[in-house]
Design a binder for this molecule. Structure first.
Ligand code: KG4
Ligand code: ZN
Length: 354
């Protein structure tokens, strides 16, 4: 089985061809980072227009690199939720046109399902990747738009449940806002990661406290941390050199402590033997190291997909689509784009005492 996947939920225009076992035949990503950089975040209207400019050439390139024509794929999968609706619509309408023209099944995919299942996407030849996790596993999804913990009992939507999510900002959003405050440009995550590696989290004297620190809670909150950092910068000014690296290390230590700590609590509470990281923040070296430490300490296996599978890509969408196709499931041409996820949610943004 070959599935063409299309992803346009945020600021990456992606198209990929993946087979039924998850092997990637092609994976093309056109990033809009440069377009949004001057604004310090994604501008929805600009994102939609840029997807519109690029989606057709990106799809054409994905088919060309896979060495197939549209007639040779078995289905067209597309991210239909959650995300920026104007951006999603570009992908959904494109996929509808292609599926209709070629007489192929159209498969709508929840973007978060794509991230959760991205660990099963196989890049390179059959021998070059680690063994995939066994079900059940706990997945920490941390990106610019989402931060949540999931228990995953199988690859179907009904088998995935949210254990807790962020009450406010996503972890990547926190990195990006911190990067903006510290004058590091957009996106801030990779810059903070780089600087934190040379800094000392305990040296700078910034009073940054661990959010949602109760051990029993699997919810996250990062907006208070951003405020603490903003207050520190307002008092002391934006540091430079060594002091900047120390402040980045202090900030990253809190975000990583929260993410890795709650993933660990969830893994042990759910009694799983495997944990999985997903989303762009999974690129963070501090997070990878801390999760590996906790896994070794508590006897579970941590799976961190390659970076190309963690950040937004269409291969994970094609793979999640192939799972639905294999179950004989698909959508009609009335498929809609919506901003909300299909996955059941337990955390409501902003609700209740912390
Ligand atoms: O998954 P992704 O590519 O797109 C979204 O769906 O949001 O994630 C992008 C996010 C950005 O917020 C970026 O700052 C963050 O991932 N990120 C990182 C690192 N690399 C990317 N955050 C921390 N450390 C990194 N090395
Ligand atoms: Zn994403």
């Amino acid at each position: 089985m070959l599935v063409l996947g299309i992803e346009t939920s945020c600021d990456e225009t992606g198209a990929a061809v993946v087979d039924g076992e998850g092997f990637v035949r092609s994976d093309v990503v056109h990033s809009q980072v440069a377009l949004h950089a001057t604004y310090g975040g994604v501008v929805p209207e600009l994102a939609s227009r840029d997807h519109l400019r690029n989606v057709r050439p990106v799809v054409a390139l994905a088919l060309e690199r896979a060495g197939v024509t549209l007639n040779e794929v078995d289905a067209v999968a597309v991210t239909c939720q959650p995300g920026l609706v104007g951006a999603l619509l570009v992908g959904v309408q494109t996929a509808k046109g292609l599926a209709w023209a070629a007489g192929k099944p159209l498969v709508g995919v929840d973007h978060l399902m794509g991230h959760v299942l991205s660990v099963f996407v196989r890049r390179g030849d059959a021998g070059s990747h680690a063994a995939p996790p066994e079900f059940p596993f706990v997945c920490l999804l941390a990106s610019g738009g989402h931060t949540a913990l999931y228990r995953v009992d199988g690859p179907r939507r009904e088998a995935i449940s949210e254990l807790g999510a962020t009450r406010d900002d996503a972890a990547g959003e926190a990195f990006d806002k911190a990067g903006k405050l510290l004058g590091l440009g957009y996106p801030g995550g990779p810059q903070i990661d780089r600087l934190a590696a040379t800094g000392d989290a305990h040296a700078g004297g910034a009073a940054l406290s661990m959010p949602m620190a109760q051990k029993s809670s699997l919810e996250f909150s990062f907006s208070g941390l951003k405020t603490q950092l903003a207050q520190h910068v307002a008092r002391e000014g934006v540091p430079s050199g060594r002091a900047l690296a120390d402040l980045c290390a202090a900030f990253q230590a809190v975000v990583v402590g929260s993410l890795a700590g709650k993933l660990d609590v969830a893994a042990r509470r759910e009694g799983v033997r495997h944990v999985v990281l997903g989303g762009g923040v999974a690129a963070n070296r501090g997070l990878r190291a801390r999760v590996a430490e906790l896994a070794a300490e508590h006897g579970y296996t941590a799976h961190v997909p390659p970076l190309a599978s963690c950040t937004d890509n269409a291969a994970m969408i094609a793979y999640a689509g192939s799972v639905r196709v294999a179950l004989g499931d698909h959508d009609g041409l009335d498929l809609c784009a919506t901003s909300r996820t299909l996955l059941p949610r337990t955390t409501r943004k902003g609700r209740g005492t912390r």
